[in-house]
Design a protein around this ligand. Structure first.
Ligand SMILES: Nc1nc2c(c(=O)[nH]1)N[C@H]1C(S)=C(S)[C@@H](COP(=O)(O)OP(=O)(O)OC[C@H]3O[C@@H](n4cnc5c(=O)[nH]c(N)nc54)[C@H](O)[C@@H]3O)O[C@H]1N2
Ligand SMILES: Nc1nc2c(c(=O)[nH]1)N[C@H]1C(S)=C(S)[C@@H](COP(=O)(O)OP(=O)(O)OC[C@H]3O[C@@H](n4cnc5c(=O)[nH]c(N)nc54)[C@H](O)[C@@H]3O)O[C@H]1N2
Ligand code: SF4
Ligand SMILES: [Mo]
Length: 673
């Protein structure tokens, strides 16, 4: 007998698709899209159509493991949960006595997006008084750019894009990373609209665009200023909207825009002046342009400013006042839940040290007062995904560092652990989901029993709390209780939500308040092109040109997402997807290859001041000269050399938001010896 159960795809993806899981004898045997899901409507991306193969992958971790050999070799012996938890507690007690609680550092990100299991460790580490992690690896630069103008304005519903007459995919490879948005863009085209793409190379998404603009990496801020120069010059600015809803347009027009002529913009972006004018003309003439802004262009030294400049465009055009118009960086569904009921900042004895996760290498090797003596990793694979891999691996290899990794799979990080704990997947525990790319929410419950002896994050922190003597009644609540707490706290965005459907496990859409799109939640009540609160001296109160970082190397390296994986997930555990992704490739233009005497299929080394990484070269006309592309985050076992792509990325942070700069890299390439 088999039964069908609803669930959510838990991955760090803006779509948060609804799943229907077929269960037979306690095993997931098939997965398909939930046709009743308001956003994904029954379809899934190719990574998840066989999700049961991930859940029951032969490489799943089934029991706790204790290190049984030199650090980093991945040699372990099996252990019981009692033994593993006691080993952690014993070591932590010593560390607390000798170094204090701040010598313990949690490291987690978004292995699951569920609000309970994603945030499961916060209360525990707060109560312990451990160092706190600043979770900056993804897109705080983008958030800062958006917030500079828009404050806490509720983001536009992406469904509206299908009513736009011009959808601009700006720095987003949506065919790989936001596939259900593509359906909305295509719906707009079916009604006579157009799709434009602003990118650095011809991604898979280029095939669905009507026109593609390829810019020099990190130059989108300038492009936006150049576009606005033309909008102002041609009289395409919506004067009435600007007068009513925008602060500082006149300042921008007077102090910044004049210098960004199409010619100067072309020089800075690598486009032609005619292309700059063409992009501005399409935008200026559109009835209701919709800009879907990716976070790639924010992962630069000037990343926040790039976003800030782009988000000015719909303000000048009055797009916010038109059905189908606006700009979307990420949805505001986080405002639907107050996660502090789970994260419990109030448990901290005092505000403890905050460590930026993009600087893990620095934290493990250089941070003092106290030195980091224990790292607890869950929901993340920093040995692969964190920047400056050489520094991260050097830190993880420290003999005196006690590392615990709670994981579903034997990742590159788990290899360096002293204790490995097996984790459940979303099909095996309770949670609550919202999305950063659409407005559905869903409550999920286990649809199969835990695989092996795997345990959910929350249960492990309950065990650790008990063993470490943290006896607050909060730690005795179940994951379902925590979901109930999240749902009990009222929030305006959840008004009128169909609770009965939610309790049945269905995905339910949040209803945005009437007129939310033009209710600008900033101190002035207007879109703040001029933001007097930004700490920088003028002219940063206005969007302006900021250089991306530069180094002495000639090629810009884009560490782009892979179609077949999601950060390091999928490509580490699924043989079928690994095969589809092929070897670890580096894509290069024919002219750059010829200049270096390199040919398609060659084994090459990309190198800079941080490290060197071996790739199989793929020579392709999809990549412009001066740019190279390394898709996906692979596992060390797949590498032709001893390192993967993040040995070339740096711990530098964005201009605002202290975010990652994964795309801001300069390297050179030579034939491997
Ligand atoms: N298949 C797949 N899906 C994923 C992921 C994945 O790894 N694989 N990752 C997930 C995660 S964690 C996230 S945060 C989201 C990411 O989603 P987003 O960051 O919103 O979008 P991406 O599609 O990753 O955007 C990166 C794109 O930006 C381009 N880009 C880089 N620099 C510039 C620039 O200077 N200018 C312009 N115009 N474009 C630039 C890159 O070439 C790349 O195609 O996707 C999620 N979904
Ligand atoms: N070169 C390069 N590097 C990048 C990026 C890039 O574009 N280029 N993108 C960056 C971005 S945007 C992000 S967000 C980060 C993301 O980096 P991570 O958040 O580390 O993402 P994943 O690689 O998917 O690793 C998540 C891990 O969590 C585990 N996991 C899943 N569910 C659970 C659970 O319930 N419990 C526990 N304990 N573990 C679980 C999975 O098995 C997986 O190994 O990577 C960044 N790194
Ligand atoms: S990874 Fe994204 S697109 Fe694929 S099934 Fe999950 S939520 Fe949907
Ligand atoms: Mo991300």
């Amino acid at each position: 007998m088999s039964a069908l159960h609803r669930s959510t795809c838990p991955h760090d993806c803006p779509d948060a698709c609804g799943l229907l899981v077929e269960v037979q004898d306690g095993r997931a045997v098939a997965v398909r899209g939930d046709p009743d899901h308001p956003w994904s409507k029954g379809s899934l991306c190719p990574k998840v159509t066989r999700y049961h193969a991930t859940v029951h992958a032969p490489s799943r971790l089934l029991t706790p493991l204790l290190r049984d050999g030199p650090k980093g070799l991945g040699a372990f012996r099996r252990a019981s949960w009692d033994e593993a938890i006691e080993a952690i507690a014993a070591r932590w007690r010593l560390i607390l006595g000798e170094h204090g609680a701040e010598a313990i550092l949690p490291y987690s990100y978004a292995g699951t997006m569920g609000l309970v299991q994603r945030n499961a460790g916060h209360a525990f580490f707060h109560a312990l008084g451990a160092s706190r992690l600043d979770r900056t690896i993804c897109s705080p630069g983008q958030d800062a750019g958006w917030k500079a103008l828009m404050g806490d304005t509720v983001a536009v519903d992406p469904e509206e894009a299908s009513e736009s007459d011009l959808v601009v995919l700006w720095g987003i490879d949506a065919v790989a990373t936001n596939i259900h948005f593509i359906a909305r863009a295509k719906a707009a085209r079916a009604r006579g609209g157009r799709i434009l793409l602003v990118e650095t190379y011809a991604t898979p998404t280029a095939a669905v665009a009507d026109r593609v603009f390829l810019v020099r990496p990190g130059s989108d801020g300038v492009l936006a200023l150049g576009v606005m120069h033309v909008l102002a010059r041609e009289g395409w600015v919506d004067r009435a909207f600007v007068a009513a809803h925008v602060q500082g347009y006149e300042d921008l027009a007077r102090e910044v825009l004049p210098e960004w002529t199409p010619e100067r913009t072309a020089e800075a972006t690598g486009l032609t002046p005619a292309e700059v004018i063409a992009l501005a003309t399409e935008l200026g003439r559109a009835r209701a342009p919709f800009l879907r802004v990716g976070s790639g262009l924010s992962r630069y030294g000037n990343g926040s400013m790039n976003v800030r400049a782009i988000v000015c465009i719909p303000a000048l055009l009055g797009a916010w006042a038109k059905r189908g118009g606006g700009a979307l960086c990420s949805t505001s569904s986080s405002q639907a839940f107050d996660t502090s009921v789970v994260t419990r900042e109030d448990f901290q004895p005092r505000p403890t040290r905050l460590v930026n996760m993009c600087r893990l290498g620095h934290a493990l090797n250089e941070l003092d007062g106290p030195r980091v003596m224990s790292l607890y990793v869950y929901n993340s694979n920093p040995a692969a995904v964190a920047p400056d891999q050489n520094a991260v691996l050097e830190g993880l290899a420290r003999e005196d560092l006690f590392t615990v990794v709670h994981e579903r799979f034997p990742t590159d990080t788990a290899r360096f652990a002293d204790v490995v704990l097996p984790a459940t997947s979303t099909l095996e525990h309770s949670d609550l989901f919202r999305s950063y790319g659409q407005y559905a929410v869903q409550r999920t419950r286990a649809v199969i029993p835990p695989v092996g002896e795997a345990r959910p994050n929350w249960e492990v922190f309950q065990l650790l709390a008990r063993t470490m003597g943290l006896d607050h009644p909060f730690f005795r609540l179940s994951a379902d209780d925590l979901v109930d707490l999240l749902l009990a706290k009222p929030a305006p965005l959840r008004e009128g939500l169909d609770r009965a459907a939610l309790e049945q496990g269905r995905a339910v859409s949040l209803r945005l308040p009437e007129g939310a799109k033009t209710r600008f939640r900033t101190p002035s009540g207007k879109i703040e092109i001029l933001n007097p609160r930004l700490r920088h001296p003028l002219p940063r109160a206005l969007p302006t040109h900021v250089e991306a970082s530069r180094t002495q190397y000639p090629l810009r390296l884009l560490t782009a997402p892979s179609l077949h994986g999601l950060n390091s997930s999928f490509l580490q555990e699924r043989e079928d997807l690994r095969k589809r992704a092929g070897p670890m490739v580096l894509r290069m233009s024919p002219s750059d290859a010829a200049e270096r005497g390199l040919a398609d299929g060659d084994l090459v080394q990309a190198w800079n001041e941080l490290g060197e990484v071996a790739f199989t070269l793929e020579v392709t006309g999809n990549v412009p000269a001066g740019v190279i592309v390394a898709p996906g985050v692979r596992r060390l076992d797949d590498a032709r050399g001893p390192r993967t792509v993040n040995a070339l990325t740096s711990q530098r942070l964005t201009d605002e938001g202290a975010g990652s700069t994964f795309y801001d890299n300069a390297v050179d390439v030579r034939r491997a010896q």
